[in-house]
Design a protein. Sequence first.
Length: 366
Amino acid sequence: MRDILPDVVRWQKEGKSIALATVIQTWGSSPRRAGSQMGIASDGQFSGSVSGGCVETAVIEAGLESLKTNRPGLLHFGVTDETAWRVGLACGGSIDVFVKPVDKNFLQNVSAVIAAEEAAVIIIVVRGPEPLLGRELLYRENAHLRGTLGRDWDKKILELAQEALSQGISKRALLDEEVEVFLDVLLPPPTLIVVGGVHISIALLSLAKALGYRTVLIDPRKAWGNAERFSHVDRLIQAWPEDAFQQIDVTRATAIVMLTHDPKLDDPALKIALNSPAFYVGALGSKSTNARRRKRLLDSGMSELQWSRLHAPIGLDIGAQTPEEIALAIMAEVVETHRKRDQGAAARETQIVTGHAVKKFHEAYS
């Protein structure tokens, strides 16, 4: 939702009705993961993607029909379906897409969550009796459930939402044999923290920002880390790492990169970063530089397990030479680490809705 929200809000202000299409499950080599969304305005404009271009035309048509009838609908596309071949989904995968009109009040609540960069889960009924179909609830982290399906189900929905949020994975779940929901996890954008205002950092932080990351630069050296050189970052902290990291909330969605080559800056930052929940920690330097760094940190009391988390030499091996190419190699490794973590969790969750439940679902909607 985050990437299409500006367009959806603009359409709403222009008085257009809007449908939202959400990928609720994928099988095989589908191009977009569960939770990917596309907004569809009543005049045919659209924003976002549910398949990388394969089935968008069919989904837009379904969205416009949903707006006319004011009813939600479930679409299934797979390589064995004649429709899938006609619209272009011939990549070996299958996707289920749920389409429904957007509720203005619910959109305001979701917009507030995204603006506040809070973690939340949208719960949508994607299968069930017509009075329930398409109903939405909102769970904000450490808050009450907004909306209800009835006392018997709300407790289970709350547990499912909390579990999905802890895993960071959007997924389907059964409430009973007849009712199924999709849990759409909304997470704050990931953060990239760079220690050292070197030339590589300028390009790296620009690239990270273009990819939707919150960006932070740490450097006590004002000649290096200043607003003139880094006007594009979200936050500039002119302090030594020990003080700077006290001002930052490092989470599972944080990547930390050391680029100074200076042990007075890199080593204290590494001690903090490698003992944090950050999903990625990397440091610039040759193999010999890294060997000396390893000895210093292990001698200072760091464990081998902590040290093993470090990506060094940093970045994917793409033969990079210029600062911009090195930045690309680093950011590629950050993204790879982030996505592979998500994909591993998603692969495990796929097992939840296989077997009998999926068979019954497709019998009902095929």
